[in-house]
Design a protein around this ligand. Structure first.
Ligand code: ZN
Length: 286
């Protein structure tokens, strides 16, 4: 199942890549689910079992995709988590020891969220950097979730950019990751949520970030030090995960600050991000 946030309404996405069709979820379900994306996660299990029994046909009001109207799949999560230092290639090229226990966890504030296609304003006196990331959206609440049972708590996966101002992030005696990664537009996500059953190997997805046509990051999610099930399990030892919660799972090697010489985004740049089986993001910077 694929669900998108289309013009502030939850839609089911059908059809092959490049020729997707949308169906308004509330219309399709006779008002049972939706109408907004933030409404769907509290009834996620009922929704997936209803969808498994539903047969779609063209007469149910298919709409063409207009990507500029897409918003983040989970637009109002109660909790947002970011995972740092989570790719083997990232920690190796940065010369950092991999985290042996819990990796660094921070938040991105929800006012930084946007849809998959956006214009991002570069704030003054910042060094804005790219970080392609697989994003997990929680579908079922829980604490002390086992690694083996973790995927059953995941509603789906989407693509995200953990845009980061390295100046603010590294200012002062301890990292300011939460604020440094939360300027308006710094958390684009989408184009839609894809449920785990849609992937042959949800723990091994290709992902890529291209800046002005040059590939800067290219890796696979199997390179994560903490896999999606391990992250869900570790977080749930401490906090209760809630339906709709959003988890940015870390970024592979190739970010701007770790390059020689360092490279940051400026006005006119474009960042295109892609994750296998999910789709694309496109950010233009002004
Ligand atoms: Zn990140």
């Amino acid at each position: 199942m694929r669900i998108a946030n289309y013009d502030n309404r939850a839609v089911i996405v059908e059809g092959p890549a490049g020729a997707e069709r949308f169906y308004y979820l509330d219309e399709l379900s006779g008002g049972r689910f939706g109408p907004q994306c933030e409404d769907v996660f509290d009834t996620w299990e009922e929704l997936t079992s209803w969808y498994g029994r539903h047969t779609l046909d063209e007469s149910e009001g298919a709409k063409q995709v207009e990507v500029s109207l897409l918003g983040p799949p989970s637009p109002a999560p109660r909790q947002v988590f970011g995972v740092g230092l989570n790719y083997r290639d990232y920690v190796e090229t940065a010369g950092i020891d991999p985290p042996l226990t819990l990796p660094p966890i921070f938040t991105k504030y929800v006012s930084s969220f946007s849809g998959p296609v956006s214009i991002v304003e570069i704030p003054p006196r910042t060094n804005v950097d790219w970080e392609i990331e697989l994003v997990v959206i929680v579908g079922r609440s829980g604490r002390d979730i086992s690694v083996d049972g973790a995927w059953s708590h995941v509603a789906g996966l989407t693509a995200g950019q953990d845009l980061s101002d390295r100046v603010l992030q590294n200012r002062g005696p301890s990292p300011q990751s939460g604020l440094g990664k939360s300027f308006p537009g710094f958390a684009p996500q989408g184009p839609w949520l894809v449920s785990p059953d849609e992937f042959d190997e949800p723990d091994d997805l290709g992902l890529r970030c291209v800046v002005n046509g040059t590939t800067m990051q290219s890796s696979r999610t199997s390179q994560m030090i903490y896999s999606v099930p391990m992250i869900v399990s570790e977080l749930s030892k401490i906090v209760k995960l809630l339906p709709g919660d959003v988890i940015f799972t870390g970024t592979p090697a190739g970010v701007g600050f770790a390059r020689t010489p360092p490279k940051f985004l400026s006005a006119g740049d474009t960042v295109e991000s892609w994750i296998e089986g999910i789709g694309n993001l496109r950010q233009t910077f002004v």
